[in-house]
Design a protein around this ligand. Structure first.
Ligand SMILES: NC(=O)c1ccc[n+]([C@@H]2O[C@H](COP(=O)([O-])OP(=O)(O)OC[C@H]3O[C@@H](n4cnc5c(N)ncnc54)[C@H](OP(=O)(O)O)[C@@H]3O)[C@@H](O)[C@H]2O)c1
Length: 503
């Protein structure tokens, strides 16, 4: 037992385990992502109950035992290692404990302080709660003496970071009263996805792509995140957020930063984050005079089988929230001068697919004809892989060509799926090692909000209207015209299907 004095009180500190403390421990995110990630890390022997305790915080009346029973009901739906092994299940139980408290009650933190200090003095606080509670929780962690009592502390926060730039700055100021920037880990789980990391290897690990990654060779860039699902039970959250804030402000801009950034000096967080920040600073929205032809917002309506957006639970009947956007951006980086960057995302799309497509400029072949464009597609999810379209001679006649695809579906191979950590597994293990590479820096977050707000102001100034689109039809027809004006088209599902299905 060690004696610690915190704000004049003597506190006994017992074992020296690392404590991973989850606020919002009875929420969806914890059950679907965090507990399963810890289970997979446990199976891999990367976390052990003698060194680590995951302290789940919630208001509900659970004991350790009953909480463990609740996560076990769904655990195997979400874990990577799906073989039920009784020894693993039992051993993993030792890692998880439950602590009941109301995080709105400052007094409850004193009990939490004693509970934590009996167990260890390194803590990672994970806020899986709405962002408007970040300030309250971090302040109470400080005033109760918890943060001072910990010799080592980290704070992990989930997106969204604020509701707009102003509130993000406020939240940031508030949490920095209790945690240093170096102790703050901002989560955007896209940054930890296997194929996001692969973008860097594909770009910088291949002479062909590294040399051709500029305006001289690239004709257009496309980033799409399409979801088949609607808003499900997230109507409350989604109706005040919308597609732009839910997807563009975070995941889409993270993807774009990897596609557009200069080669970082190294994969150290400071180098990687600086390269991402520079790429985002150079990203430009459409000009006001072109705005309505280069920016489209949509909202899904029923196709007869599923609800219209406005009929979803917790959505206002006259809601003007967008469930789809498509836009043409540019970069002020001379490397990408005049290269159109098309970005879209939506709900109730025809297919579920997140991908990046790089279309290269056409060349005139030795037969004097313009050949089909080479296209590189990086599939981020749900299937993960890489596809490259090339021209070859058609068997027979000398001057006829055909286009073939080289494709690799990484996630179609069982061993690959089994050997690929899930995003949250990677995030947790990086945070435990204090590696901030896969977390968003504060300048990235602020720049992302600035860009989103620029677009939102342009929407108002240009009187851009939300266009209805039928569910499962990939957005309004105006999003097709947006890209067709320049002679381009969205990568269609035939190409995606041809690439990744049936392997
Ligand atoms: N779900 C996802 O997949 C996902 C993905 C990315 C980001 N996020 C973000 O992560 C955050 C959490 O999401 P979620 O879906 O897990 O939310 P959720 O299902 O609504 O869970 C909220 C949690 O907060 C707890 N809570 C609320 N008020 C409390 C209080 N006063 N004292 C103690 N606990 C309290 C609830 O505990 P009780 O059991 O006591 O109600 C519950 O555990 C949100 O900001 C969301 O935007 C979620």
């Amino acid at each position: 037992m060690k004696e610690l004095i915190v704000r004049g009180c003597i506190i006994m500190s017992g074992s020296n385990k690392t404590l991973f403390v989850i606020f919002g421990g009875t929420g969806d995110l914890t059950y679907k992502k965090l507990v399963p990630a810890f289970y997979d890390l446990y199976v891999l022997n990367q976390v052990e109950p003698k060194d680590l305790e995951v302290v789940i915080i919630g208001r509900r009346d659970y004991t350790n035992e009953t909480y463990r029973e609740t996560y076990e009901e769904t655990l195997f739906k979400h874990v990577r290692f799906k073989n039920r092994d009784e020894a693993h299940i039992q051993g993993f139980r030792e890692l998880i404990s439950y602590y009941k408290m109301d995080f709105h009650e400052p007094d409850h933190y004193f009990g939490l302080r004693d509970y934590l200090l009996e167990r260890g003095n390194r803590a990672l606080f994970y806020l899986a709660v709405a962002p408007h509670s970040f300030e309250e929780i971090t302040e109470s962690l400080k005033t109760s003496g918890i943060t001072a009592a910990m010799t080592d502390k980290q704070l992990l926060i989930e997106k969204p970071f604020g509701d707009d730039l102003e509130s993000a700055i406020e939240v940031d100021k508030a949490i920095k009263k209790c945690f240093k920037e170096s102790e703050i880990y901002r989560i955007d789980h896209y940054l930890a996805k296997e194929m996001m990391l692969n973008i860097l290897t594909i770009r910088f690990g291949n002479m062909t792509f590294e040399r051709l990654w500029d305006k001289d060779s690239i004709e257009s860039i496309q980033v799409s995140a399409l979801e088949e699902g609607g808003v499900n039970d997230r109507g409350n959250y989604y109706d005040i957020t919308g597609a732009l804030e839910d997807m563009f402000q975070s995941h889409l801009l993270q993807m774009l930063s990897y596609v557009l950034m200069d080669r970082p000096k190294s994969m150290q967080p400071k180098h990687l984050h600086r390269a991402q920040e520079r790429a985002l600073r150079r990203l430009k929205p459409p000009k006001l005079e072109n705005f309505n032809s280069e920016f489209v917002l949509g909202q899904y309506v029923s196709n007869g089988e599923v609800n219209s957006y406005v009929d979803e639970t917790h959505v206002k009947a006259d809601s003007k929230t967008e469930t789809f956007f498509a836009m043409k951006l540019t970069s002020s980086d001379k490397r990408f001068k005049d290269v159109p960057i098309y970005v879209r995302s939506g709900k109730r799309m025809k297919e579920q697919s997140t991908y990046i497509a790089i279309t290269f400029k056409p060349v005139i072949g030795i037969n004097g004809k313009e050949h089909d464009r080479n296209v590189l597609i990086i599939r981020i999810g749900p299937d993960e892989g890489i596809y490259f379209k090339v021209n070859i001679k058609r068997p027979g006649n000398f001057d006829e060509t055909q286009t073939v695809s080289m494709d690799f579906c990484q996630s179609c191979i069982y061993e690959n799926r089994l050997n690929t950590p899930q995003a949250y597994e990677r995030l947790i293990s990086h945070a435990l090692k204090k590696d901030r590479t896969l977390f968003a820096s504060w300048p990235i977050v602020t720049k992302s909000w600035e860009l989103t707000e620029q677009l939102q102001s342009l929407v108002k100034e240009s009187n851009n209207q939300i266009i209805p689109y039928t569910a499962f039809e990939n957005g309004p027809k105006e999003s097709k015209s947006l890209i067709k004006t320049n002679g381009h088209e969205w990568v269609n599902d035939e190409v995606l299907g041809q690439t990744f299905n049936g392997q």
